[in-house]
Design a protein around this ligand. Structure first.
Ligand code: NQM
Length: 369
């Protein structure tokens, strides 16, 4: 009846495509301050746990069950803070254990649209503190006439059509999750009889040689997901390397990502098929691609053995191939002794505001604690 309290709570929310992912974008001030209640609310908003997320906004896949929580910042040189949350589709769990460079692509436009960052004429640089990894990114957002522009000629593989370019620059992301670029202290480790390269240049990734697993590395994500023996072998290596990468017990974590590598097919650096970590990515994550490209620069690594290149020059542009095309990473290299180190990386993304309004959650979700 009209006197009963509203059965649902409305929360201001944008739905955005960020790069090759899609998610819900919130201002931190619009969400419950208590983490347990916040996670309860986000699960309800997405419709998790349910493999189809039918009673919520999630798309039933990790790439479409993502959340950005954005807030203003007092940190020097920083405009906004971005916390990434992965909502598991099929498990009642929200994880802050990884960053996401694709959802990051929507953070600049969102911050401008929601009034956290005043637009400049032409292009607005947005300096973003990435809470999950205590690191910084700068996104360049087109704002002609002080309005965010989403239309343009930039194309990224894995997304139909063309859109306004959003250039993103990273500095100092090495070791941001694991404490070191090479968290095991070695370029190559042997785990379960297989050579692996464990690396973190913004995302913890384990580079594997696809041929060690009896596949070509050019299979479709669906074919790879259907290979139960392969999945079990990759997962047991993942569990084994977790503690070696300073990530602890990773059984229930979304990291490290497991990237099966093969010789490039289309003139790129290397071909990738990446477990994130249970579903296989339709393309590759942003920081995941940066980490794989970095591994290719390290002499003797599993990646370099396949890519067949050492470090060349001080700045280069490489294509990391993936199931739906390739991902361009620009890298600047410095030297630490004889080891090349990636000092900066830059890449191109696009993002688009899909919907702005309120997301509704059952009142009990917000009041559950
Ligand atoms: O590596 C998927 C994505 C990602 C993460 C994943 C990402 C990144 O494509 O920076 O973007 O690997 O979980 O959104």
């Amino acid at each position: 009846g009209s006197s009963s309290p509203a059965s649902q709570t409305a929360i201001p929310c944008f739905v955005m495509r960020g790069g090759t992912s899609k998610g819900l974008y919130f201002l931190a001030t619009d969400l419950p301050a208590d983490r347990t209640v916040r996670d309860q609310v986000l699960l309800a908003a997405m419709g998790s746990p349910d493999p189809r997320e039918i009673d919520g906004m999630g798309g039933g896949h990790p790439l479409t069950s993502k959340v950005a929580v954005v807030s203003s910042s007092d940190r020097p040189g920083i405009d906004v803070e971005y916390l990434f949350l992965q909502v598991w589709p099929d498990r009642a769990e929200v994880s802050d254990q990884q960053n996401c460079g694709n959802i990051l692509a929507g953070v600049g436009p969102f911050a401008i649209e929601r009034g956290l960052v005043p637009p400049s004429e032409g292009i607005t640089p947005v300096a973003i503190y990435m809470v999950n990894t205590d690191s910084k990114a700068t996104a360049l957002v087109e704002t002609p006439g002080g309005v965010v522009n989403y239309a343009g000629d930039a194309r990224i593989d894995g997304v139909p059509g063309t859109h306004a370019p959003i250039a993103i620059n990273f500095e100092d992301v090495a070791g941001s999750s694991c404490g070191a670029l090479l968290p095991t202290g070695r370029v190559v480790d042997e785990v379960n009889g297989v050579e692996v390269t464990c690396i973190d240049n913004g995302m913890p990734v384990v580079c594997l040689n696809a041929s060690d697993f009896g596949i070509t590395g050019y299979e479709s994500p669906a074919e790879i997901e259907a290979n139960t023996e392969l999945r079990a072998r990759v997962e047991s290596i993942r569990i084994a390397v977790g503690p070696m990468m300073n990530l602890g017990d990773v059984t229930n974590k979304t990291v490290p990502k497991m990237s099966l590598l093969a010789t490039a097919q289309n003139g790129g650096l290397v071909a990738t098929r990446t477990f994130i970590p249970h579903r296989v990515h339709e393309s590759i994550g942003v920081l995941g691609a940066v980490s794989v490209a970095t591994a290719c620069m390290l002499e003797g690594s599993v990646a370099a053995q396949i890519a067949g290149i050492g470090a060349v020059g001080s700045s280069l542009e490489v294509e990391v191939e993936h199931p739906t095309g390739s991902f361009t990473v620009q890298m600047e290299l410095g030297n630490s002794g004889s080891t090349p180190v990636v000092t900066k990386s830059a890449l191109l993304r696009t993002a688009r505001l899909l919907m702005a309004g309120d997301v509704f959650v059952p009142r009990s979700a917000w009041e559950s604690q």
